[in-house]
Every structure is written in structure tokens, then in C-alpha cells.
Design a protein around this ligand. Structure first.
Ligand SMILES: Cc1ncc(COP(=O)(O)O)c(C=O)c1O
Length: 427
């Protein structure tokens, strides 16, 4: 690129990609192959021994996936990335690289319901414990840290409430205790918030949402910020001690600032196996090209919808951080001045039953369990995404019985509002 420091929109279209050297194809090809021919026996041995980077087998890496990784790493300002089959797979592999049985991590209580489930239930089988803290209070994370704590985990913009979190304050707590801060940046996307610039060490995404953007492909990614010292404490043996699988190689010593991303690939992805398909990597790459344009429109539309809902007689409250009288407005202005995102919740005066009537009456909105699609989406979290939680946990997660969550799409704002108006008239 002629400019050494290209802008975000340029990176969204070009980072990681070049015309295919064999065919000249301009769009990144879908390398739909399981495996790759070695140049020689020595070449094969060097690849298997990690002395040389290269394609071996699509469970571990693939050229379409590699372009996606380079692009998202560039958008987040990270050193390296690893794309996988889903957002949950990215979280699993991020923790797999740094946790041993008996270790724990501290996570924000306000998270996507599936993450609360993954951390609180599935991770127990690895003997990884989660402790919960209040994302609005950095000190509450500190109170949960002990000698076996290995990381802090937050969402930059918390699902489902659409609340911005003070990343720098929580990063300061993490670093004072020698811990990495992992940030799920799914809801904001790097267009709105770049957590690594505020002190985060690792970023994870569900690519299924705004990055892919069209509601058609599952994917996840982890981004290595490249700045955390994995050897300082001796608490991250996967990275700082010799690996028997690789003839005693110490990953942090050998790979330096990309050691975490390498560990997630060659120890996590290789052995646990949640690889992204080349087709999905291609679909998500294509989606990312229009991320800046879509996010602008998502934010404009969400602000228009939230402003209209606020004055509706059947609506009790609207939790959109972009409204000037919202408690979270100052943090939104600090962390995400370009907009407050597309996803927010509001409460219906009629409670649980009114919520059900509304989702059943909407016509332009789709009633489904996803966010970040071009289309406007609606869900009643208490009866769906958060139903596995107790009512107390639902309320703590911002998903009480009266709560409706919108993911405002990129249609005409007037049509989105007209649909809400006709559905609210039936409540
Ligand atoms: C904020 C957030 N993180 C992670 C996930 C999990 O991603 P995936 O569904 O791609 O596994 C989701 C899914 O809704 C999410 O909303």
C-alpha cells in the first residue's frame, strides 16, 4: 500500500490480501482443501517441527483463514490472530493456552448468556473456575483475585444491555496483579472500540456477528496484542516451559510477541479441533470489507430507534448508551465516540407478557437468537438466550422478564420505527 499507515476503511478492504499469485484472482480464493503437498521430506519435517511456517492441514491453518487472521489483527492493532469455528471456540482456545487444572479467572457478570454458561458449567470439566465481578466496578475484580487467578475477562460493550465498560481501569487492575486482560469485542467491533489501545492484552470475537455482518456464517477469532510477558510469573507453563510435543521448544522464547497466538493454534486448535471452514472464512472476509459502512448505519439507526422508543407510552425505560441522559453516556463518549452500537435493551411496562406479544407482532424485525445482522433482529432474552439462568442471574445480566433486546439493522430507520409502532399498538 502507498501509505504506510492506512486508515481503518482501507485495512477493512485490503489487509492481508493480495491477488492470487498463481491465477491473478483478485478476491481471496476459497482454498477448499484439507491438506497441502510438501516440497520435500525436509520441508515437511520443518513444518511439523515449527521451524518453518506453512500450510500442513486445514485443521491447523489454511490460506483463506490466514487472510482473515491478518485482516482482523490489523483492524484490532494486534500482533497476530487465530480464526476458529465460532466465538465460543475462540474463548475456549484463549483460556486453554493459559489455564491449568485448578486455576481460575475473573469475569464480568454482564456477558452474553452463552459465555456465562460456558464459563460456569462447561469449563468446570477442565477444572477451570470462574469468579464473577461487576463490570462497572474495577475494584470488584481485584477482590476476586488470588494466587491461582490467571486472567480477567470482560466484554467491551456488554451483551445484551449495550453497556460500555471502563477497559483501562480493569486493565490497570489486571496488570498490577501480573494478569492478562481478555476482552470480547464482538458487540462493538474494532470500528467502534479497539481494546488493545486501552490496555487489553487479548481480544476475542464472535465473527458470526458484526464482522461477518450478514447472518450467514459462524466464526470466531482471537487476537494476540503481543505485549504481555508470559514468562515473568511462571504461571503460564504452556507458553514459558518446554513443550514435549515440539522437542522441548519453549513457545514464548521461540515466538516472542506472537507466542500466545501460536500456542492457541499449535496446542489448542491442533488438539481440540474447532477449525473454521475456508468457505466461512471467505464469507466473513467479504463481510468485513463493508464493516465501517455498516457500523455507521447501524449506529445512526439505533440512535433514531432509541430516541423514538424513549417517548413511547408503553415503554418503561430505554437502555441505549448513546442517549445523552443514559448513565453510561460518558463512557460511551470516551471509548466509542463514533457511536453506541446497534444492540440495546428496553423495558415494556407490561412485563413478560408484553415482551412476548411484541416479538410475535413485529414483521420487519426477525425474532431470533443473533445480533449484528444487516437485518433488524429482536429477542426476549428471559425466555430464550438467558433462560438457563436463574431470575437473579437474569436481572444481574440485564435480561430481566420485561426486557426486550433489539439489534437494529441497516434498513431505513423510518421502516424500522413503523414496524415497532404497529407492534407496540398490539401490546
Ligand atoms: C458477545 C458475544 N460473545 C460471544 C458469542 C459466542 O459466539 P458464537 O455464537 O460465534 O460462538 C456471542 C454469541 O452470541 C456473543 O454475542
Amino acid at each position: 500500500m502507498p501509505n504506510n499507515n492506512p486508515g481503518f476503511s482501507t485495512l477493512a478492504v485490503h489487509a492481508g490480501a493480495a491477488p492470487d499469485p498463481t491465477t491473478g484472482a483478485r478476491a481471496t480464493p476459497i482454498y477448499q482443501t484439507t491438506s497441502f503437498v510438501f516440497e520435500s521430506a525436509d520441508h515437511a519435517a520443518a513444518l511439523f517441527g515449527l521451524q518453518q511456517f506453512g500450510n500442513i492441514y486445514t485443521r491447523i491453518m489454511n490460506p483463506t483463514q490466514a487472510v482473515l487472521e491478518e485482516r482482523v489483527a490489523a483492524l484490532e492493532g494486534g500482533a497476530a490472530a487465530l480464526a476458529v469455528a465460532s466465538g465460543h471456540a475462540a474463548q475456549l482456545l484463549a483460556f486453554h493456552a493459559i489455564m491449568q487444572p485448578g486455576d481460575n479467572f475473573v469475569a464480568a457478570r454482564k456477558l452474553y448468556g452463552g459465555s456465562i454458561n460456558q464459563f460456569g458449567h462447561a469449563f468446570k470439566n477442565f477444572d477451570w473456575q470462574v469468579r464473577w465481578a461487576d463490570p462497572a466496578d474495577a475494584k470488584s475484580f481485584e477482590a476476586e483475585i488470588d494466587a491461582r487467578t490467571r486472567a480477567i475477562f470482560i466484554e467491551s460493550l456488554a451483551n445484551p444491555g449495550g453497556t460500555f465498560v471502563d477497559i483501562a481501569a480493569i486493565a490497570e487492575v489486571a496488570h498490577r496483579h501480573g494478569l492478562p486482560l481478555i476482552v470480547d469485542n464482538t458487540m462493538a467491533s474494532p470500528y467502534l472500540v479497539r481494546p488493545l489501545e486501552h490496555g487489553a492484552d487479548i481480544v476475542v470475537h464472535s465473527l458470526t456477528k458484526f464482522l461477518g455482518g450478514h447472518g450467514n456464517s459462524m466464526g470466531g477469532i482471537l487476537v494476540d496484542g503481543g505485549t504481555f510477558d508470559w514468562s515473568a510469573s511462571g504461571n503460564y507453563p504452556m507458553l514459558s516451559e518446554p513443550r514435549p510435543e515440539y522437542a522441548g521448544m519453549v513457545l514464548h522464547q521461540t515466538f516472542g510477541n506472537i507466542a500466545f497466538a501460536i500456542a492457541a493454534r499449535v496446542l489448542g486448535l491442533r488438539d481440540l479441533g474447532p477449525a473454521i471452514s475456508p468457505f466461512n472464512a471467505f464469507m466473513i472476509l467479504t463481510g468485513i470489507e463493508t464493516l465501517p459502512l455498516r457500523m455507521q448505519r447501524h449506529c445512526e439507526n439505533a440512535l433514531a430507534v432509541a430516541t423514538w422508543l424513549k417517548d413511547h407510552p408503553k415503554v418503561g425505560w430505554v437502555g441505549y448508551a448513546g442517549l445523552t441522559d443514559n448513565d453510561n453516556y460518558a463512557l460511551q463518549q470516551r471509548y466509542s465516540p463514533k457511536g453506541a452500537g446497534a444492540v440495546f435493551t428496553f423495558g415494556l411496562k407490561g412485563g413478560y407478557e408484553a415482551g412476548k406479544t411484541l416479538v410475535e407482532s413485529l414483521q420487519l424485525f426477525s425474532h431470533l437468537a443473533n445480533i449484528g445482522d444487516t437485518r433488524s433482529l429482536v429477542i426476549h432474552p428471559a425466555s430464550t438466550t438467558h433462560r438457563q439462568l436463574t431470575e437473579d442471574q437474569q436481572v444481574a445480566a440485564g435480561a430481566g422478564p420485561d426486557v426486550v433486546r433489539l439489534s437494529v439493522g441497516i434498513e431505513d430507520a423510518s421502516d424500522i420505527i413503523a414496524d415497532l409502532e404497529q407492534a407496540l399498538s398490539k401490546v
